[in-house]
Design a protein around this ligand. Structure first.
Ligand code: Q9C
Ligand code: ZN
Length: 331
């Protein structure tokens, strides 16, 4: 398995997320990816590959032009992180005020922008696309150590610590070569990925997550969301009760795997979050470290060309162990 990593993510250091009027310390810290990288290289002796550069046109295939320009322009402004305060609600209006745009292109106050944001978000996409090309060229699997994460990012909105949707862009790239299934096992619903493929039948999206009635992103992730038009039936959500443990989780995973088999994709993308762990500070489910080995083993039995894309996971003490447990089943 090839691991794709770039140290540019170290420049991405959002200081705080604004929750209910409070500045809480930001959970999405550089140590997350550093700990995973160190564990995979030291314990499993896996090689690290640097990402290639890809044209911005790959991001433009799924994200709105004006949103991309806004992010690029705002990223030039300041070292201080900028947060939205006002959320314009008629997005067909011509909005010229930059402060208003901050809220137009965001759905929460957890995802601030500074002079490093555009660069690091683009590099995160480069990592995902490199992992996709490695697999398209014949490698059985690859693991993209993406940061910032991506699965909450929508066509024209950032949120949930995500700016560009790394997994969705990798899926779009691979879908030129064949059908793609995306299995999202981050503890949060992948609202961004869902919305980007909601009307498509060539990309299957399945998400297993903590019930959005109680957990972020709150506004999406119910079992009723099944896709529209040609995409009807190609979007599947499994919201789980809080504190769901290994055994109950595994039943749902096996069901998802059966649905992927029926779809017969050429490629599989796993949006991989270790925030399903029982000791994650924001997650809500109760998986054990050793369960990640079982999870990966079941996924491996599909015998598909597979790209792992790092999403969440916020307990920096367990991330290295969780990643080693997961990846051990794939090598
Ligand atoms: N006050 C990903 O896992 N909500 N994003 C935190 C704590 C934000 C998670 C609430 C969760 C975003 C990629
Ligand atoms: Zn998450």
């Amino acid at each position: 398995m090839k691991i794709i990593y770039s140290q540019k993510h170290l420049l991405h250091t959002p200081p705080a997320e604004i929750f209910n009027g409070n500045m809480d310390p930001h959970a999405e810290v550089p140590d997350r990816i550093e700990n995973i990288r160190k564990a995979l290289t030291k314990e499993l002796h896996l090689d690290i590959l640097a990402p290639n550069k890809f044209s911005i046109s790959w991001i433009k295939k799924l994200h709105d032009d004006k949103y991309i320009k806004f992010l690029e322009k705002t990223s030039k402004l300041t070292e201080e992180y900028l947060y939205p305060s006002v959320f314009p609600y008629d997005n067909y209006l011509q909005i010229d005020n930059d402060l208003a745009k901050r809220g137009l292109y965001a759905f929460d106050m957890y995802t601030p922008i500074n002079c490093q944001t555009f660069k690091t978000a683009c590099e995160s996409v480069n990592i995902a696309l490199t992992a996709a090309t490695v697999v398209a060229e014949g490698e059985k699997s690859s693991y993209a150590l993406c940061r910032p994460p991506g699965h909450h990012a929508e066509k024209a909105k950032m949120g949930g610590y995500c700016y560009f949707n790394n997994a969705a862009i990798a899926a779009e790239y691979l879908s030129k070569h064949g059908k793609v299934a995306i299995l999202d096992v981050d503890v949060h619903h992948g609202n961004g990925t869902q919305s980007l493929f909601y009307d498509r039948s060539d990309v299957l999206f399945i998400s297993i997550h903590a019930d959005p009635k109680y957990k972020f992103p709150y506004f999406s992730g119910t079992a009723k969301e099944k896709g529209v038009g040609r995409g009807l039936g190609f979007n599947i959500n499994y919201p789980l009760k809080l504190k769901t443990g290994d055994l109950a989780y595994h039943q749902v995973l096996l069901k998802s795997i059966d649905q992927i088999k029926i779809f017969q994709p050429k490629y599989l993308i796993i949006s991989l979050g270790y925030d399903t762990h029982k000791d994650d500070p924001i997650g809500g489910l109760s998986l054990t470290t050793s369960y990640y080995f079982q999870m990966a083993k079941a996924i491996r039995l599909l015998n598909l060309s597979t790209v792992f894309i790092q999403e969440g996971g916020y307990n920096t003490k367990i991330l290295g162990y969780a990643a080693v447990s997961f990846v051990s089943a794939f090598i």
